[in-house]
Design a protein around this ligand. Sequence first.
Ligand code: AMP
Length: 218
Amino acid sequence: MRLILVGPPGSGKGTQAKLLSSRLGLTHISTGDILREATRQNSPLGKVALPYMRSGQLVPDDLVNEIVAEHFRSEERPERFAMDGYPRTLAQAASFDQVLRQQFLDLTAVLLFLVDDEEIIARMTGRWSCPKCKATYHVVYNPPRSPGICDVCGTQLIQRADDKEETVRERLKIYHASTADLIPYYRAQGLLHEVPGMGDIERVHKAVVEILKRVGCS
Ligand code: AMP
């Protein structure tokens, strides 16, 4: 099974990609995670990506396309995967098509997660995490016992720079301007399936599994 998960930042596609990988044995590929790790390590890639990520902009297509192409050229190239956060533009989709063609792999489905912008803003701007033990919290859905302090290790919680409200609004603007082009692109290929992204994680996962059953998988 080879899936692409498309949706605005904070739509839950990352959570669903992780569930699909643990329950269905797919490799979870998140370009956001790869780029965040590169910035943590302050690698040459990380240095280029950091200013884009901080301001909520997309990292240039060439850079992200190369990261993904390299992944698929490597020995541990995934055969069954859930792509999370890639492709995000038409140029990336075209590049990914080419990579898959070279590897004789075809896509099973593209899952489009639908969540209202205002819900996204409420979800994302409430996210805080512990810089030490990486525990995550949400001021409304999963608050720490003492405001601003990690339950697990007592460290002061921080907010990801790209979860600040103005950055979230910018990321949504960019999503609607660039990623929305992917919808007609994949719909025309008969691959696109809409997933209602509101509601709890298990409910959304069930909706995904139903879709996968309909397309003959899972
Ligand atoms: P994510 O965790 O997927 O929301 O990604 C976090 C940030 O990484 C994005 O706001 C972009 O700056 C960058 N990024 C991740 N994936 C891509 C991509 N496919 N194309 C361009 N930038 C990306």
